[in-house]
Design a protein around this ligand. Sequence first.
Ligand SMILES: Cc1cc2nc3c(=O)[nH]c(=O)nc-3n(C[C@H](O)[C@H](O)[C@H](O)COP(=O)(O)O)c2cc1C
Length: 507
Amino acid sequence: MSLTDAEQAALLAQPLTLPCGLVLPNRLVKAAMEEVLGTLEGDPSERDFKLYEEWAKGDWGLVITGNVMVSPTHLGSPVDVRVPFPSSPTYSSSLQAYKRWSSASHGSNPSTAPPSIIQLCHSGRQSLRCSGRPFFQPSKAPSAVCMRAGEGWVGKVIGEIVWGTPEAMTEEEIWEVVEGFVQGARVAKETGWEGVQIHASHGYLIAQWLSPNVNLRTDDWGGSPRKRMRLLLEIVRAIRKEFPLESGFCVGVKLNSSDYVKGGLTEEDALDNVRWLAEAGGVDFIEISGGTYESPKMLQEDHETQAAMSSVTNNGTSTSSSSSKPKPSTMAREAFFLSFANRARSLLSSIPSYSLQSPAPLILLTGGFRTRPSMASALSPSSSSPPTPPATDLIGLGRPACSSPHLPLLLLDPSTPTHLARAPLYRHKVPKWLTWLPLPLWMPGWSTIFHTLLLAQISRGESPRWEMGLGEGLWSVWGVQLWRWAKGGVLGLVLALVVGIVAWWRA
Ligand SMILES: Cc1cc2nc3c(=O)[nH]c(=O)nc-3n(C[C@H](O)[C@H](O)[C@H](O)COP(=O)(O)O)c2cc1C
């Protein structure tokens, strides 16, 4: 049964109270996206503030920041924003920057201020060389298993050059990781954020810990699915010890539905993880995603764009599809991880509440959503008898929040007709040579870079221009930041040179 425009908008506009008591004004969540706009010292910058001021005007139900690194020696890339520690000489100025970031994210109108939380992350083996460490200093991970950039020896060699083989963490180093996440939560609380999200997906450290082919440990931190889960459970427990559920501080977790790599985390493992998180208690919501940078399913081209590509011009205007009704078959495929969300939701509903320490976590589903009908459908209970619960409680939007920072205003308005209630449809120009490379990372990598460039445009007070080419984007937006990469060491210098040459050549 199809829903009317008003019914769809009403589903999206429902407020939601999280287990910690935090009230979200609606169901649309700006998903975490690394902004790549921080200062040289790793603090959020004026450009971050401007970007978040824009999102604050968009009527989002919840804003999640891009990942903030809890270990200064394990940044994802040399330019990541990181959690400040009291031992740092610039601690108080860093806290000031976090306060300004939080004010920007809450906007100037207190009555429409979106709740905002910081995503905390440790990169583990996925930390590029020179990202907080010298080139030859290995990263730390559950076990000494190197990232691969693709199949065969090419992927292996590139993995070795770009990330290198990590060293297995000692017990002491593991507890330092836990403390890093707790410090991130302290900073969030002290500087005005409503909570944190723990990044346990996409191949970052906690996802490495959960993965049977990366965590080869045989001590108390590995060897069985339950022991591989220990790090995440200890982090949640440690944060909740300082900020209990009753304090109103939100703790979310982003989890993989599957790693989509041979020998990696499977859907069955992921369901166990959902159940254990619920049983341990203290988690407000679980965000469902999937994939790693070895198999980046979370950043695949959305199905609808793929289907409509042939009818879309490069300046984003559509010759047919975006103005016609989305096909039911396309809607069903729109959300990448919908079927897993359904399974997770059914599992959570089947756990008797008396066996849980705190209310079961809610579900946030992210990846692929583009149209209001499919978002509304994921939020509706099934019409079967007896009705099954909705697949998700919240809808996460990543790339649409880059191309349309105020998208919820459109989606929540019942007067927006269905065919216009959608994220912009565009085809970002893919440099042809990228398609020749036999590495799975390039295309999603390019999608990430492209959308980061849109964020940079918004941060400069411009409207996102999705028709721009690679050279123009890199030159106009990142040109001034290249020297920061160069400062990161040898690899940073090489990256800066490559980016600079490509930008100059294509501009
Ligand atoms: C530019 C960019 C940066 C991203 N950075 C993060 C990040 O810091 N943390 C995270 O959990 N996911 C990150 N993601 C993944 C998104 O949160 C989301 O899972 C993914 O884009 C799929 O959702 P979408 O189809 O709505 O874009 C990023 C995605 C993009 C495009």
